[in-house]
Design a protein around this ligand. Structure first.
Ligand code: ADP
Length: 478
């Protein structure tokens, strides 16, 4: 490329002055002048061509240096004004590129330090963290996660996501439900979801798995999973439950015999007792009955929570369930002077569950509503379809419950309304048992305030496409 260009310049640089001077010499008719003119013309032409070639070389070298990132490269300058302009333009390009390069480097350094900060934060977490994009590709993980799931960091970050899930599935206690349960996390992309992951390898672990959407101005970008090791808490819970179950068993036998003996004493020769002794015996009998109820409720709660309560699963008609429960509570309602109303929406699908246990929940909500309602008030039971499933609700016009107590209400023996419990003979376990039953059915139970007074207890049971794993299991047991 360079040769023909330089040749053309030399030819042009020499020929043009020669032609001009030859024309001048010819015009003056003097051979010596023509010869001198020719010599001068050749010398001037050569000098001019060399200067042009040098400047062109300089420009090409500078441009090449700029192209390879040497932004400090400059042309050496030329006396020809146009080359000076070209030199200036190349200089400006170099300076602008230099500045842009500096900005790019600063941005890259910034991004690298942000990435380091991000990794140092997630690695400092005591919970395992996994970040997925919307296509379920793994974007990031921390060391704690690798440790909890039993993989190396290398494995976690470089292995194919499908492979990784396959390996995790094999480490689960119930591998057959692994994929269904994982899919539930991604089912509603903009909602959080929580469940437990039971691992048998590389060691037995119970992990609480919580996932939430990663959201920015452009919407949901993926999902972050946190894994918390709750093995110790679960073991303590299990031990507590075993202890309660064992103690209740041990208490039940002597209590039953005390209760029987008191009944016998009051029914037979008890009629001959003087009124004060008889009253004492009656108080003992009432308290023994309360103790028997308490022990039975404790046993039931520990069985339901630990999954040892056999559930007989079958289709359950909502209308029959609600109406039977209301009918069964009529006696208590009329002694209390309250009225029960019953509204069931048309065409509700059957529930899938254990009828007796669901009846126990409805009866407990109704009896609470009746017990805590003033005479003359109305207790309403309704069943309706919602986007999330069938909802059965019990509303009353009683004193209601302070909203700050709502969370504690479903815990066993929560002190909410402890004074009422004395008078109503409750054990303080009814709502805890109700929640355990509904959760075993894959549903949710909640309480909310009612305007102007009273409260509304409602439970929701979805119609699962996939059978609820816990219910399926109980059916086998039954
Ligand atoms: P209990 O056997 O004491 O009724 P529950 O677990 O069923 O046990 O209820 C716990 C507590 O919640 C009750 O002691 C009562 O104070 C309160 N409670 C439950 N239902 C109602 C209601 N409908 N209105 C007011 N308070 C209620």
């Amino acid at each position: 490329m360079r040769r023909p260009a330089s040749l053309r310049l030399v030819v042009l640089g020499v020929l043009v002055p020669v032609a001009i001077l030859a024309a001048l010499g010819g015009w003056m008719h003097h051979p010596a002048v023509v010869a001198a003119g020719l010599c001068v013309a050749v010398l001037v032409g050569l000098a001019l061509s060399k200067s042009l070639l040098d400047a062109l070389d300089d420009a090409v070298r500078t441009a090449r240096q700029l192209a390879t990132g040497q932004f400090e490269a400059r042309m050496h300058g030329s006396r020809v004004a146009e080359w000076g302009l070209l030199s200036g333009a190349l200089h400006d390009i170099g300076a602008a590129s230099d500045q842009r390069d500096a900005q790019l480097n600063a941005a890259l350094e910034d991004a690298a330090s942000q990435r380091d900060l991000f990794y140092s934060i997630i690695n400092a977490s005591n919970d395992g963290l996994l970040l997925y994009d919307n296509d379920r590709r793994l974007l990031a993980a921390n060391r704690r996660c690798a440790d909890l799931l039993g993989f190396s960091m290398q494995d976690l970050l470089n292995r194919d996501t499908h492979d990784l899930m396959q390996a995790l599935e094999e480490r689960c206690v119930e591998p057959e439900t692994y994929h269904v349960r994982l899919a539930s996390h991604f089912a509603v992309p903009d909602q959080p979801h929580e469940d437990h992951l039971l691992l048998r390898a590389p060691r037995r672990r119970v992990l609480r798995r919580h996932s939430s959407p990663i959201v920015n101005g452009r919407g949901v970008q993926g999902r972050v999973f946190t894994y918390t090791d709750v093995t110790a808490e679960t073991d303590v819970d299990r031990l507590k439950s075993e202890f309660v179950s064992m103690a209740s068993h041990e208490l039940r036998t002597p209590l039953t015999s005390v209760h029987g003996a008191l009944q016998l004493a009051l029914s037979g020769s008890g009629r001959l007792l003087d009124p004060e002794d008889r009253e004492l015996l009656e108080i003992s009998q009432a308290n023994t009955e309360r103790l028997v109820r308490l022990v039975n409720d404790l046993l039931d709660l520990s069985k339901i929570e630990s999954g040892r309560m056999p559930f007989v699963v079958a289709p359950v008609s909502v209308a029959a369930l609600v109406e039977d429960a209301a009918r069964g509570m009529q006696g208590l309602a009329s002694t209390r002077g309250t009225r029960i109303t019953c509204t069931v929406a048309e065409g509700l699908p059957d529930l899938v569950g254990d009828r007796d246990h669901l009846m126990r929940v409805v009866a407990n909500l109704l009896s609470n509503a009746v017990k805590y309602s003033p005479p003359g008030s109305v207790v309403a039971i309704t069943a309706a379809m919602t986007p999330e499933g069938v909802e059965i609700a019990v509303e009353d016009e009683g004193p209601g419950i302070a909203p700050d107590q709502f969370d504690r209400l479903f815990l066993p023996f929560s002190r909410v309304g402890a004074h009422e419990r004395q008078t109503t003979g409750g054990t303080g376990l009814g709502l805890a048992i109700s929640r355990a039953i509904i959760e075993q059915h894959g549903g949710r139970i909640r309480v909310e305030p009612r305007d102007p007074t009273g409260c509304r207890f409602a439970f929701l049971l979805a119609q699962p496409d996939e059978p609820t794993p816990s219910l399926e299991f109980r059916e086998d047991v039954a």
